[in-house]
Design a binder for this molecule. Structure first.
Ligand SMILES: [Zn+2]
Ligand SMILES: [Zn+2]
Length: 552
């Protein structure tokens, strides 16, 4: 086009040329404007694109948030459902307030919330008055204004109750600390609830001390040092989650078995004979021995909780643990003494060279191993020679069941042990460890392992030393004189002793239920256990890791 202009340019008059120059000049300006416009449009387009991308990202983030919130709500709903359902289960929640026993008592509410000092900051008269001056909302408004740079006098003009600039900073401090505190309380609440639900699948009984343990642990983790897990808090927690206390039925023995008349007669005859023997001898010289198989899964309920699903890794790890069962050969006297050390037969498909070395520190047990974890006749012989005879001494009397291992051991012996063998099939009614001892023993193991798993998850209970630690502690505690009456009770309940022993507390009651909110180890840490020998509280490190043995 420009070429065509140049061609006709020569034919133009002067005036026309001038006009054309002007047009051309304007055209240049127009070109510049056009270029500028195009640049601007391009720039805006880029900005728009960026903005659209940002918008997309935000929309996606919002959608994700909605999904995760929905999930959270669903989870909470599920929890609530489970809790609502829980009355079908039995719990022991030994609450100390009167009137709070079998059912949630409404009357005890007011007294409980009064004692709930944890929710309040220490009383401070000035602060309370500040709170009363304005609502929280107004206070937040005032603080915001100050942050925006308003002068105090301007703010004061609008909020006439303000007398001093410091009031605002005091209120700011109060609101922020209280706010975070409230958040932390709710975090503790959730943590305890989670623990409670986990415990329910693991424990037959859940006590207040379990909830307190888990609350204090959560508080520790949140750095809330002032939290005390008071009874008021506990009450509030239980009420909120509708956790009620249920009494557990007394120990049910398998005594119903005796519907075969001949067996009953045989057992009665055996009892009669034993009673006569016991009457003629010192109770310290009369013994009963029995084996108890401990399956790892029995004391780590989590194994049972992991069923099906895709948690193959977890299952495999636990399957190894479940095969790690062991047998404990317990020996008790009619005087109520548990003889230490106790023979423990571990299951070791391939016994490692370090076996003896690893188990040496556990003085309450004498460790052996078989490929199955079950006692062999050979070990029966070893037991009689190495454990029974040195401990029982001369002229002892031993009562055992009809296991062939004992028979062989007796055959090999030179006849120095007087032995009474229970009639076959009678063990469930006449074998006293079965009748009373085994249950508290397994309860103790289950409780301590659950407690360790919950509070000290890094401590591995599924390996050899972990299992040995538990059994060593349990044996050590059960050998305390405090439990003589319990062991004697086993003889009484099985019909061998006439005299009913004195009232007694179970090991779980003495070692764990006795732990109060403020029970502390000598080192100042929270108590993990109370030693039944020395009656002192100990933390996990000083009792479990240090293998506390005050009784040697
Ligand atoms: Zn002790
Ligand atoms: Zn300590």
């Amino acid at each position: 086009m420009i070429k065509r202009f140049i061609v006709i340019f020569g034919t133009l008059s002067v005036d026309q040329k001038l006009l054309f120059d002007k047009l051309l000049q304007n055209n240049d300006e127009l070109f510049d404007v056009k270029l500028q416009r195009e640049n601007e449009i391009e720039k805006t387009e880029k900005e728009n694109q960026k903005f659209r991308e940002e918008l997309d990202q935000m929309t996606a983030a919002f959608a994700n948030l909605q999904v995760s919130n929905k999930k959270k709500i669903q989870e909470l709903d599920d929890k609530i459902k489970v809790l609502k359902d829980q009355s079908r289960y039995k719990y022991v929640l030994d609450f100390k307030h009167d009137g709070f026993d079998d059912e949630m008592s409404e009357q005890s509410d007011s007294s409980a919330s009064d004692s709930d000092e944890d929710y309040n900051l220490p009383p401070e008269s000035k602060r309370v008055r500040l709170e009363n001056k304005y609502s929280t909302e107004t206070w937040e408004n005032i603080i915001e204004k100050l942050d925006k740079g308003w002068s105090f006098s301007t703010i004061q003009a609008q909020h006439k109750k303000l007398s001093d600039r410091k009031e605002i900073s005091r209120m700011r401090e109060y609101l922020t600390s209280n706010g975070s505190k409230i958040q932390k309380y709710s975090d503790i609440h959730l943590a305890v609830l989670k623990d409670f639900l986990n415990m329910r699948s693991e424990l037959e009984e859940i006590h207040d001390r379990d909830l307190i343990d888990s609350a204090l642990k959560a508080a520790d983790e949140l750095g809330l040092t002032t939290f005390k897990a008071s009874e008021g808090w506990l009450h509030g927690f239980k009420k909120k989650n509708r956790i009620v206390s249920r009494k557990i039925n007394a120990v049910v023995t398998k005594a119903q078995l005796g519907n075969q008349p001949e067996l009953n007669d045989i057992i009665e005859e055996f009892r009669g004979n034993m009673k006569a023997v016991i009457a003629e001898n010192r109770l310290e010289k009369i013994f009963n021995a029995d084996q108890t198989g401990i399956k790892q899964e029995m004391i780590s309920g989590r194994t049972l909780a992991v069923k099906g699903e895709k948690k193959i890794k977890a299952v495999v790890k636990r399957v190894n643990a479940t095969t790690h069962s062991y047998t404990v050969q317990v020996l008790i006297s009619a005087a109520g003494k548990l003889v230490v050390p106790v023979m423990v037969v571990f299951c070791e498909p391939k016994r490692p060279a370090c076996f003896d070395q690893q188990l040496l520190p556990f003085k309450n047990i004498k460790a052996y191993s078989t490929t199955s974890g079950i006692m062999t006749s050979q070990l029966g012989i070893t037991w009689l020679k190495d454990i029974y005879k040195p401990n029982a001494g001369e002229n002892s009397i031993l009562m055992v069941d009809s296991w062939t291992g004992y028979q062989q051991a007796i055959d090999q012996d030179n006849g120095s042990v007087q032995i009474h063998i229970l009639p076959p099939k009678s063990t469930s009614v006449a074998q006293l460890l079965d009748v009373y001892f085994n249950r508290p023993f397994k309860n103790f193991l289950r409780l301590i392992s659950c407690k360790i798993r919950r509070l000290f998850p890094k401590f591995d209970l599924s390996n050899r030393q972990g299992m040995a630690t538990l059994i060593d502690i349990a044996i050590g505690q059960f050998s305390a004189p405090a439990f003589n009456a319990m062991i004697k009770y086993a003889w009484f309940a099985s019909g061998y002793l006439e005299e009913r022993p004195a009232e007694f507390e179970t090991p779980v009651a003495i070692c764990f239920d006795s732990i109060k909110i403020d029970s502390k180890c000598g080192c100042g840490k929270r108590a993990f256990i109370k030693c039944a020998h020395c009656d002192n509280f100990y933390c996990f490190d000083h009792f479990v890791k240090d293998l506390h043995r005050c009784y040697v």
